[in-house]
Design a binder for this molecule. Structure first.
Ligand code: CMP
Length: 156
C-alpha cells in the first residue's frame, strides 16, 4: 500500500491508500460546501484529498502548530477546543483547518476526535485549485464562516 509522505499524519492517525477517497464521493455529496457540485466534480474533490482516520481522543490538529491542510469530516465527530472558550462540536459534513490554510498563521484551536473519526484531508495547493475551478465551494465556505462568526459573537 502506497503512503503519502506529506503532510505527516498526527499521532493517533491512520492514513489510507489515497485512492480510497473515491469511495467517499456519496458522503461528499451531503457536505454543505460541496452541495452544488455534480458527481464528476465531487469525484474531483475526493481525488484532491486523502482519507485519514483518527481514534477516539486523538488530536487531529494542535493549537499553535503550522498547518496547510483543510479537513472535511466524512465520519464521526470532533471537538474544537480553544483556551478560555466553550468547546465547539462539529459533526459529519463539517470542515475545519481552513484558518491556518488561508492566513498561514499557526492553528487557532486544538481539534480532538470524539470517537472514531474519518477525514478527507486536502492540502492548501490542491484546495486553492479546487476553489478556482469550483467557485460554488468558496460560497459554501463563506456561508459557514459567517454562521460561525455569528455563533462566536453570540457567545462573546
Ligand atoms: P485552524 O486555525 O487552521 O485550526 C483549528 C481550527 O478549528 C480552525 O482552523 C477552524 O477550522 C476551527 N475552529 C476554530 N474556532 C472555531 C469555532 N468557533 N467554530 C468552529 N470551528 C472553529
Amino acid at each position: 500500500m502506497t503512503r503519502l509522505p506529506s503532510p505527516r499524519p498526527a499521532p493517533g492517525a491512520r492514513q489510507d491508500n489515497p485512492a480510497d477517497a473515491s469511495g467517499w464521493t456519496n458522503v461528499l455529496a451531503e457536505v454543505p460546501i460541496f452541495a452544488d457540485l455534480g458527481r464528476r466534480h465531487l469525484k474531483k474533490v475526493a481525488g484532491a484529498g486523502r482519507i485519514v482516520r483518527f481514534h477516539d481522543g486523538a488530536p487531529v490538529i494542535r493549537t499553535g502548530t503550522p498547518g496547510d491542510a483543510l479537513y472535511v469530516l466524512v465520519d464521526g465527530k470532533v471537538s474544537v477546543r480553544r483556551r478560555g472558550l466553550p468547546s465547539v462540536a462539529l459533526g459529519i459534513g463539517s470542515f475545519f483547518g481552513e484558518m491556518a490554510l488561508f492566513d498561514d498563521s499557526p492553528r487557532s484551536a486544538t481539534v480532538v476526535a470524539d470517537g472514531a473519526v474519518v477525514c478527507l484531508v486536502i492540502t492548501r495547493t490542491r484546495f486553492v485549485k479546487l476553489l478556482h475551478a469550483e467557485p460554488a465551494i468558496a460560497v459554501g465556505l463563506l456561508k459557514e464562516l459567517a454562521r460561525r462568526l455569528r455563533a462566536a459573537q453570540a457567545t462573546a
